[in-house]
Design a protein around this ligand. Structure first.
Ligand SMILES: [Cu+2]
Length: 539
C-alpha cells in the first residue's frame, strides 16, 4: 500500500540562517541525537540482515543480472562512442582553468540515445588517477554502473573500459559522471538524454541547462577542499568544535545569508563556498545563450551536476511548467521557481517571450549566481547581479509532484521496511549511514559491507531516510527509480530525493534490477567522507 503513511515525518525546515553561535548550539543538539541514535544503529543493521536473509550476494555479472539485461526491450540500434578522460585547459568565459574533462570540454559531450539502444561507450583514461563513468538514473545492468566499491572496478590511468548496455529507462533527462572520490567536482560529467523513439514531444526547442559549482583552478582543488574539511573535522560540518581558526575561512564564513537571502535548506546550506557557479560550463559574465523565436514552446532540461550546492532556478519574465522529475514524467505543475538538488533533474517548459531573458540558477544559501540567457529578439544582455523576481515567486515543492498517467508505482505493501539513518560522526568530518562511514567498509565489490541493506529480487522495499543532521542530503539510489510517498509527495518517481535537516522522507521501490547498488548522498564531499552504502541483492 503505497498510500500508507510513513512511520514518522518532520519536514519543517530548521531555524533559518543565524550567527554562528546559534547554529553551533543547534549542531550540538543534533550531534547528541546522532550519538544517542548510534547506540541503536547496530540493532538496525542486525534486523536488516535478518529481514534480507543470509544468502549469497548477487554479484554484478551474475546470471540474474544477465537475465535482467536480456529481458530489456531493444531497438536494434547500436550507438558507439569513445570518450577520453583527460586534463585540459578550458575557458569558462573570460577565465581559463586547467581541469579534468571528458573529451576536453566541461560539460563533456552531450549524449542523446533512444530507449532500447545498445550503448557501447569506451572511456579511455588519460588522467593520472583511476576513474569511472556512472550512468546516473539509468536502470541498467549492474556491472556497467561504474560505481567502484559496489559494482565494478575503476579504470586505471592509461586504461580503458567499454560500457556496453541496453538503454533501459523512461525517456528523459539523465547525466553521466565519474564516481571516484571527488572527481565529480573536477568537471568529469556530461548530459545524457534518453529519447522516446515512438511518442513525439510537443515542444519546439529542447535544451540542456547543466548547473555546477566550480572551484578547480579558480580556488582550491576538490581534493584540497576535502582535505581542509577533514582537517577541520566538525568545524567543516558547520562550525562545531572550536571553529576554523586560521583555515581558509571559505567553508563557513558569511555564506549562510548569501546573496540568495534566507536558505530553505536550514541554517547550513553547504560545506563549501565556491568562487564560481556555471551553467553549461559558462560564467554569468559570458553566458551560454539559447536562441529561440518568440512564442516557441521550449523544454529546458535542468541538471544539477554540482557537488555541494542546491540551485534555485527561474527564468526572468516567465512561468515554468514542470513536466518531468529525474527523467520521469509528472503531471504538469506551473510554478515560478524550483530547487534542483545535486543529482536531481527537472524538465520544465516555457513559452518564450520576446526579448532577452536571464535563465538563472541561484546557489541556495550561498553568495553568487549562475546564469544562461534566452534570446528571442534584439536587446541588451541581462545583468548577472540582478536577481529575477521569479526566484521569490511560487516555489515547487515535492508535495506538488505526482506521476503522470501510467507512471505510478503500483500499490503494494512493502516486504521490507529499511531505515536509512543519515548521520555524522562527531569526532571527524565523517558522514554516516546507520552509524557507519562507507570508507571503513571493504573495497572489494565481492565482499559484504557492514552497512549494506539486504534485499531479495522481487521484493517491494520501503526505504525510510531519517536525517539526524542539520544539513539536507540529496539521497540517490543507483539502478532504480523509487516512488516518493506522502506526505513528501504524491508518489512521484525519482532516483534522487532531498532529505531536509532533521526530516524524514519515505520512498518505495521494486527490487527488480539485481546486483550491488550504491545508495549515497549526492553531496560529493559527504559521499567521499562516508555517506554511502549498498543496496545489496542476496539470493
Ligand atoms: Cu549529504
Amino acid at each position: 500500500m503505497s498510500s500508507q503513511a510513513p512511520p514518522s515525518s518532520s519536514l519543517s525546515a530548521a531555524a533559518p540562517g543565524r550567527p554562528k553561535r546559534r547554529r553551533r548550539r543547534a549542531l550540538v543538539i543534533a550531534l547528541v541525537v546522532v550519538v544517542a541514535l548510534a547506540a541503536v544503529a547496530g540493532g538496525v543493521v542486525t534486523r536488516l540482515a535478518r529481514g534480507g536473509g543470509d544468502g549469497q550476494l548477487v554479484a554484478p555479472s551474475s546470471p540474474a543480472v544477465l537475465a535482467a539485461e536480456r529481458a530489456r526491450p531493444t531497438s536494434g540500434r547500436t550507438v558507439t562512442r569513445t570518450i577520453t578522460a583527460r586534463p585540459a585547459k578550458i575557458d569558462l568565459g573570460g577565465k581559463t582553468v586547467t581541469t579534468w574533462t571528458l573529451d576536453g570540454t566541461v560539460p563533456g559531450p552531450q549524449l542523446w540515445v533512444q530507449v532500447g539502444d545498445r550503448l557501447r561507450l569506451t572511456l579511455r583514461n588519460q588522467l593520472p588517477v583511476e576513474t569511472s563513468l556512472h550512468w546516473h538514473g539509468l536502470q541498467l545492468r549492474n556491472d556497467m554502473d561504474g560505481a567502484p566499491g559496489a559494482s565494478s572496478s575503476a579504470i586505471p590511468p592509461g586504461g580503458s573500459f567499454t560500457y556496453d548496455f541496453t538503454v533501459p529507462s523512461t525517456p528523459g533527462s539523465y547525466f553521466f559522471h565519474s564516481h571516484v572520490g571527488t572527481q565529480l567536482d573536477t568537471g568529469l560529467y556530461a548530459p545524457l538524454v534518453v529519447e522516446d523513439p515512438v511518442a513525439p514531444r510537443d515542444d519546439d526547442t529542447d535544451a540542456v541547462l547543466l548547473f555546477d559549482d566550480w572551484t578547480n583552478g579558480l580556488g582550491r582543488s576538490p581534493d584540497q577542499v576535502l582535505k581542509d574539511l577533514k582537517a577541520k573535522g566538525m568545524a567543516g560540518m558547520g562550525g562545531m568544535a572550536g571553529g576554523s581558526g586560521g583555515m581558509s575561512g571559505m567553508d563557513m564564513g558569511g555564506m549562510d545569508m548569501g546573496g540568495g537571502g534566507m536558505s530553505t535548506l536550514g541554517a547550513d546550506a553547504g560545506d563549501v563556498a565556491y568562487p564560481a557557479y556555471l551553467v553549461n560550463g559558462r560564467l554569468p559574465e559570458a553566458p551560454y545563450v539559447l536562441q529561440a523565436r518568440p512564442g516557441q514552446r521550449i523544454r529546458l532540461r535542468l541538471v544539477n551536476a554540482g557537488s555541494d550546492t542546491v540551485f534555485r532556478f527561474g527564468v526572468g519574465g516567465h512561468r515554468l511548467t514542470v513536466v518531468a522529475a529525474d527523467g520521469q514524467p509528472v503531471r504538469p505543475v506551473d510554478v515560478d521557481t524550483l530547487q534542483v538538488a545535486m543529482g536531481e533533474r527537472y524538465d520544465v517548459e516555457i513559452t518564450a517571450g520576446t526579448g532577452v531573458f536571464p535563465l538563472v540558477a541561484a546557489p541556495e544559501g550561498k553568495d553568487g549566481m549562475a546564469m544562461a540567457v534566452l534570446r528571442t529578439a534584439a536587446g541588451a544582455m541581462p545583468n548577472p547581479a540582478d536577481r529575477p523576481a521569479e526566484l521569490n515567486g511560487r516555489l515547487l515543492s515535492y508535495r506538488d509532484l505526482s506521476p503522470a498517467a501510467g507512471q505510478a508505482l503500483p500499490a503494494r505493501a512493502p516486504d521490507q521496511v529499511i531505515t536509512v539513518r543519515l548521520g555524522a560522526d562527531p569526532t571527524d568530518y565523517r558522514w554516516t549511514i546507520n552509524g557507519r562511514s562507507f570508507d571503513d567498509s571493504p573495497g572489494d565489490p565481492a565482499a559484504s559491507h557492514p552497512s549494506e541493506l539486504r534485499v531479495h529480487q522481487g521484493q517491494r522495499i520501503r526505504l525510510v531516510f531519517q536525517n539526524a543532521t542539520m544539513m539536507s542530503h540529496p539521497m540517490h539510489v543507483h539502478g532504480h527509480t523509487f516512488a516518493v510517498l506522502a506526505p513528501t509527495s504524491n508518489g512521484v518517481r525519482k532516483d534522487t530525493v532531498l532529505v531536509p535537516p532533521m526530516g524524514t522522507v519515505t520512498v518505495d521501490l521494486d527490487a527488480d534490477n539485481p546486483g550491488q547498488w550504491m545508495i549515497h548522498c549526492h553531496n560529493a564531499y559527504h559521499a567521499a567522507a562516508g555517506m554511502m552504502t549498498i543496496l545489496s541483492y542476496v539470493s
